[in-house]
Design a protein around this ligand. Structure first.
Ligand SMILES: [Zn+2]
Length: 682
C-alpha cells in the first residue's frame, strides 16, 4: 500500500475516534447486525468537520474537499477493517458492500467553494463539494431509486456466481441506468452479469427545481411590460434522509456535488445535495437621516410614521399625495417575515382608484422594497399548479407560481379585474384560509392513489381596481348607505376577504397640479429626485423596513383593552337581524396586526393606545367603504385629514387624533362591553 494512503487511513480512524464518529458508526452497525437481514449494501453517514480534519492531516482534508469519492473509499476501507476486527456485522462479506456518505459540516468560506448558478463558467465536472444557494420554485413527489444492488455471474461454474463481489452503489450524479443495467460482464470469465433482485436496496429521491435568488428581480419592477421572460432553473436531487427536507418557496443554502445528467439528447447540470442549511437572515441598521427624523418627532407617537408616509415613494408620487395608501403599504411591508413562522400576520390591500396608472406605479415601486416582493406576471399562474416532471420520470411536480415565490413577502397581482372569475374565487379562499390545495391525480402521474397537497400561502396580496370601471353599472338607489363604495363587479365576499379596502381620492383640484408637475418633471428626466425627500433614498426605506419588521413587539394591556373594546362595540353596532354581524373574528386579528405594524413602523417595541387608534381609523375607514358608515363616524381621510406641509400642520393633526381618541373612548363607553344600549336589533 502507498505510504500516503496508509497514513490517510490512520488519520481517518483517529478522526473518527476523536470526533465521536466511531461510536455512531458502531451504533449503526449494531442496528444492521440486530436486524439479522443480509443486504447488498450497508449505508453509513459520516459527519466531517473539514477544519478539524485538515488540522490532523492536510492531505486527507484536501482529499475530502476536492475528491470526496476517493476520500469515501478511504473511510470505506477503514470501516470495513473495523467491522471485521470487531465482528460488528455478521452478515457483511466484502468491502464493496459498504457505502460511505461523507457529510461536511461546512466548507471553507472562500469564493472557490461557492457555486453561483448565475456565473459562468460552471465547474460541473470535478465532482467535488460546493456551497450553493437558491429558492425552491418546483418540487416533485418522493420516488424510489436504487441505492445499491448485487450482481452475480451468470456462468454457474465461475466463482463469482455467488458471493458479494459485484456490488453497484449509487454515486452522486449517477442516473438509475448507471447503477443498474443488464450489460455488465464478469471480469473473470466475461459472461454477462445478472442482478440478484432480492438484494436490491431502494432509497427515496426527490427532484427539486431551484432558481438563484437574484432571478427574483425579474418579477419586480415593471415586468408586466415584458411578459415573455424565461428563468433558468437548476435541478437538485434530495436523496434518502434529505427527502422532504425542503419546502416549496423557501430559500436554502446547501452543500452539494454538481453533476451532469444525460437525458435522451439533452445534458443538464444538476446538483446532488449533501446537506441543507438555513439561510442567514439579512439584518441592518437604519440610516442616520431616519434616526435624526425619529429624534425630531419624539414628542408625538404619530409624527414619525406620518412623515414616513408623506415622503414615501416620492420617486413615483409627489410628497403628500395618497398618504393613507402609502401608510398602509408601509404597514403591510413591515408585516412581512423572512422566518418560518406558524402564525404570521398579513395585511392584504385592495385599492380603489380612478387613477390606476399611478396606483400601479406606486405598488410596483413599493413591492421592490422587500426581497420577496413579487409582481405577478399576467402570463403566469398566481397559485401552485401541477405538471409532469421535466426529467422524463413522468412523476408529478408542483410549480410554485407567484404566490409561493412571494413567501414571506408581498404578491402584487395588478388589476383585480384582469383575473378570471375562477381565479378570483380561489384568491378569496386563499385570503380566508391562507392555504391552497393542490390535487395530484394518481392515474396521470403513475401513482396508485390520488394525492392532495395542502400548501400554506404565506404572503400578503396587493391589488387595485378602477373605480370608474367597477361601478359602471351603478344605478342610484334610495337605500344607499352613507360612505359605502359601490363595487358591483367584485363579489362582496372577495372585498371582505381583503384586510383593508382603501380609496385613493385625495387628488383634489389643487393637488392635481403638483402631481401633474411632478409627472412632467419625471418624464423629462427620471433621474431627478423630488427635492423635499432628497435625503431619503429608496435604500434607506429598504433598510428601515428590514429593521422594523424584525422588531419583536408586544401589546400593552391598555392597547389590548382598547382593541377589544372597539371590536365588541363595532360588532354590536354593525349587527343586523338579517345578515348578522359584519365583523368576523378575523377582524380582531387584523386590528392587533395593524396596531403592531404601526408600532414596528414607529420603531417601538410596545403597542400603545396611539398605535391602536391609527389601526382603528384605518380599519373603520375600510369598513365604511365596505358596508357604509356606523355611529362611530370617521372622516373620509380619517388618518390624514390635512395636508402635511409644516410643523404647524403636524401639531394640528396631533390635536385632531387626540379628539379621535376621545371619540373612540366615548364610542366604547356607549356601545362596548358591559354597557346596555338600545339599538334597532333589540
Ligand atoms: Zn464469471
Amino acid at each position: 500500500m502507498r505510504p500516503d494512503l496508509l497514513r490517510m487511513k490512520e488519520v481517518a480512524l483517529i478522526y473518527l475516534d476523536r470526533s465521536g464518529g466511531l461510536q455512531k458508526f458502531v451504533d449503526d452497525c449494531k442496528r444492521y447486525n440486530d436486524s439479522k437481514q443480509s443486504y447488498a449494501v450497508y449505508r453509513f453517514i459520516i459527519s466531517i468537520n473539514p477544519s478539524d480534519i485538515a488540522e490532523l492531516d492536510a492531505a486527507l482534508g484536501n482529499q475530502i474537499l476536492h475528491k470526496p469519492m476517493k476520500a469515501a473509499q478511504i473511510f470505506q476501507s477503514v470501516c470495513f477493517i473495523a467491522i471485521k476486527t470487531l465482528s460488528l456485522i455478521e452478515q457483511l462479506q466484502t468491502e464493496a458492500q459498504i457505502n460511505i456518505v461523507l457529510k461536511p459540516t461546512h466548507l471553507p468560506p472562500l469564493p472557490s467553494y461557492v457555486l453561483s448558478l448565475c456565473e459562468f463558467p460552471l465547474d460541473y465536472m470535478s465532482q467535488r463539494f460546493y456551497m450553493s444557494e437558491g429558492i425552491v420554485i418546483a418540487m416533485g413527489t418522493v420516488t424510489k431509486y436504487t441505492q445499491g444492488a448485487r450482481f452475480l455471474c451468470s456462468e454457474e461454474t465461475c466463482p463469482f456466481s455467488e458471493g458479494f463481489n459485484y456490488i453497484r452503489v449509487h454515486i452522486p450524479g449517477a442516473t438509475e441506468s448507471a447503477t443498474v443495467r443488464n450489460d455488465f460482464v464478469c471480469s473473470l470469465c466475461a459472461s454477462p452479469l445478472q442482478e440478484d433482485m432480492k438484494f436490491r436496496v431502494l432509497g427515496d429521491k426527490q427532484l427539486v427545481e431551484m432558481i438563484d435568488a437574484k432571478a427574483l428581480s425579474a418579477f419586480q419592477g415593471y415586468s408586466n411590460n415584458k411578459p415573455h421572460f424565461r428563468i433558468q432553473s437548476f435541478t437538485v436531487f434530495l436523496r434518502d434522509e434529505l427527502s422532504n427536507k425542503m419546502k416549496i418557496g423557501n430559500r436554502y443554502r446547501f452543500i452539494g456535488i454538481p453533476a451532469c445528467i444525460q437525458n435522451c439528447s439533452q445534458v443538464t447540470v444538476c446538483i446532488e445535495v449533501n446537506s441543507i442549511h438555513v439561510t442567514a437572515h439579512r439584518t441592518s441598521g437604519i440610516s442616520e437621516n431616519f434616526k435624526y427624523l425619529l429624534s425630531l418627532t419624539s414628542s408625538s407617537c404619530w409624527r414619525f410614521t406620518a412623515i414616513l408616509a408623506n415622503i414615501f415613494a416620492s420617486q413615483v408620487v409627489p410628497p403628500g399625495t395618497y398618504n393613507t395608501l402609502k401608510l398602509s403599504i408601509l404597514l403591510s411591508l413591515v408585516q412581512t417575515c423572512d422566518r418560518e413562522r406558524e402564525t404570521a400576520d398579513y395585511l392584504d390591500l385592495l385599492i380603489v382608484t380612478s387613477d390606476t396608472l399611478i396606483a400601479d406605479r406606486l405598488l410596483n415601486y413599493s413591492v421592490c422594497l422587500v426581497a420577496r416582493g413579487i409582481r405577478h406576471p399576467a402570463s403566469n399562474d398566481i397559485f401552485p399548479t401541477v405538471s409532469k416532471d421535466k426529467h422524463g420520470t413522468g412523476t408529478a411536480s408542483i410549480q410554485a407560481c407567484s404566490a409561493l415565490l412571494a413567501k414571506g413577502g408581498i404578491c402584487f397581482i395588478g388589476d383585480l379585474l384582469s383575473h378570471k372569475k375562477d381565479k378570483l374565487e380561489l384568491l378569496q379562499s386563499v385570503l380566508e384560509s391562507r392555504t391552497t390545495t393542490v390535487f395530484i391525480p394518481g392515474k396521470k402521474y403513475g401513482e396508485d392513489v390520488d394525492q392532495q397537497v395542502i400548501l400554506p400561502i404565506q404572503t400578503s396580496f396587493w391589488t387595485f381596481v378602477d373605480e370608474d370601471l367597477s361601478s359602471k353599472t351603478y344605478v342610484q338607489k334610495d337605500n344607499t348607505l352613507i360612505g359605502k363604495l359601490d363595487l358591483r363587479s367584485i363579489a362582496a365576499n372577495l372585498i371582505d376577504a381583503f384586510g383593508l379596502l382603501i380609496r385613493c381620492n385625495e387628488l383634489s383640484c389643487q393637488r392635481a397640479l403638483p402631481l401633474l408637475d411632478h409627472i412632467m418633471k419625471k418624464a423629462i428626466d427620471p433621474e431627478v429626485p423630488y427635492t423635499i425627500s432628497q435625503q431619503f433614498r429608496t435604500q434607506d426605506y429598504e433598510e428601515l423596513i428590514v429593521f422594523a419588521k424584525n422588531l419583536q413587539v408586544e401589546l400593552s394591556s391598555e392597547a389590548e383593552r382598547l382593541i377589544h373594546g372597539y371590536y365588541l362595540a363595532s360588532r354590536r353596532v354593525r349587527t343586523d337581524s338579517i345578515h348578522g354581524s359584519k365583523l368576523s373574528t378575523s377582524a380582531l386579528k387584523l386590528l392587533v396586526s395593524l396596531s403592531k405594524a404601526h408600532t414596528k413602523l414607529s420603531l417601538r417595541k410596545k403597542v400603545l393606545e396611539e398605535d391602536v387608534l391609527i389601526a382603528v381609523l384605518l380599519f373603520e375607514s375600510s369598513l365604511t367603504l365596505k358596508h357604509g358608515a356606523s355611529v362611530f363616524c370617521v372622516a373620509p381621510n380619517a388618518v390624514f385629514p390635512f395636508d402635511l406641509i409644516d410643523e404647524n400642520s403636524l401639531q394640528q393633526r396631533d390635536v385632531y387624533l387626540m379628539q379621535c381618541h376621545q371619540q373612540l373612548l366615548q364610542f366604547i363607553a356607549t356601545y362596548g362591553p358591559g354597557t346596555h344600549v338600545t339599538t334597532s336589533e333589540e
